[in-house]
Design a protein around this ligand. Structure first.
Ligand code: NAP
Length: 253
C-alpha cells in the first residue's frame, strides 16, 4: 500500500511554496519522496522552504517569479524544469486576497487577484502539461477555497477567482485525464497563514469560523499533508476533476 503514496522520482513544482499552505504542501510532497521546486516573489521565504526540506533529507530548489506577470509564465515553466527535470506534479498555491469592499475594487486590483488565483494556474499548467503527457503521467493540484462555494464579505474578486478555479479544474480534467494527467483541487477551510493573519488576529472571528465546522476547530497546516500526497500520487489515479474540501466539515453544515 505504501507504494501507492510513494513520490520517489517525481518532481513537484509548488507555487506559493515560500509560505503557508504552499510551503506545507511542498514539505509533504518532499516527505513522500518528491524533489520540489518552490516559486514566489520573495527569495528569502523560498530559500527557507528549501533549507527545511533539505534538512529533512529531501531535494528542493527555488524559482523567484511574479506569477501575476502572465506573459512570463512560459519562461517560469522552463525555469521550473531546470533543477530536477520536468515537473510531474504542479501545485498552484500562490494567492492573494486584498479584501476590498466592492466600491474600492479597481481594474488593477481585480486583475491582480484574478491573474494570480485563476489565470496563472491555467497558463502554468498548459506550459507544463506537454512534458507530463510525453511521460503519460501527471498531476495538477489547484487550491480552491470555502469561497469557491460560500460568499464572504469584501471578497468579490477572490470569490470569483476561487469559484472559477473549481470549473477550471474540471475543464483541465476533461482535457488531460485521458493522457494520464489528473486535475483536482483542494479547498482548504480556514487555516492560519500570512493570508488569513488579519482574520485570525480577531479571536472572536476565528472562533466563529471554528464553530461553523463540523469538527469544531479551524485547520492546522498538517491537516493538508494526507490530502496533498493522496492527490499527487498513484493513490488517486482514478480521481479527477474533483474539489476535495479539507475544511473540517464547514461546507457540510
Ligand atoms: P500565504 O502564506 O500568503 O501564501 C501565498 C503565497 O503566494 C505566498 O507564498 C506568496 O509569496 C505567493 N504569491 C502571492 N502572489 C504571488 C505572485 N504574484 N507571484 C508569485 N507568488 C505569489 O497564504 P496561504 O493561505 O498559504 O495561501 C495559499 C493559497 O491557499 C492561496 O491560493 C489562498 O487563496 C488559498 N487558501 C487559503 C486559505 C487559508 O485559510 N489560509 C483558505 C482557502 C484557500 P510571495 O509574497 O513571496 O510572492
Amino acid at each position: 500500500m505504501a507504494a501507492l503514496f510513494d513520490l520517489t522520482g517525481r518532481v513537484a513544482f509548488v507555487t506559493g511554496g515560500g509560505s503557508g499552505i504552499g510551503r506545507r504542501m511542498a514539505e509533504a510532497l518532499a516527505a513522500a519522496g518528491a524533489a520540489v521546486v518552490v516559486a514566489g516573489r520573495r527569495t528569502g521565504p523560498l530559500a527557507e522552504t528549501a533549507v527545511t526540506v533539505q534538512a529533512s533529507g529531501g531535494r528542493a530548489a527555488a524559482v523567484t517569479a511574479d506569477l501575476g506577470d502572465l506573459p512570463s509564465l512560459d519562461a517560469v515553466a522552463v525555469l521550473a524544469a531546470e533543477p530536477f527535470g520536468p515537473p510531474d506534479i504542479l501545485v498552484n498555491a500562490a494567492g492573494i486576497n486584498l479584501r476590498q469592499p466592492a466600491e474600492d475594487v479597481t481594474l488593477e486590483s481585480w486583475e491582480q487577484t484574478v491573474a494570480v488565483q485563476l489565470s496563472a494556474p491555467f497558463f502554468l499548467a498548459r506550459a507544463l502539461v506537454p512534458a507530463m503527457r510525453e511521460r503519460g503521467w501527471g498531476r495538477v493540484i489547484n487550491i480552491a477555497s470555502l469561497q469557491s462555494v460560500r460568499a464572504m464579505p469584501n471578497s468579490m474578486p477572490y470569490g470569483a477567482a476561487k469559484g472559477g478555479i473549481c470549473q477550471l479544474t474540471r475543464a483541465m480534467a476533461e482535457a488531460w485525464s485521458r493522457h494520464g494527467i489528473t486535475a483536482n483541487a483542494i479547498a482548504p477551510g480556514f487555516f492560519p497563514t500570512e493570508l488569513t493573519a488579519p482574520v485570525f488576529a480577531d479571536a472572536s472571528r476565528a472562533a466563529e469560523m471554528a464553530a461553523r465546522t463540523a469538527i469544531g476547530r479551524n485547520g492546522r497546516l498538517e491537516d493538508l499533508d494526507g490530502p496533498t500526497v493522496f492527490l499527487a500520487s498513484r493513490a488517486s489515479d482514478y480521481v479527477t476533476g474533483q474539489t476535495l474540501f479539507v475544511d473540517g466539515g464547514f461546507t457540510a453544515k
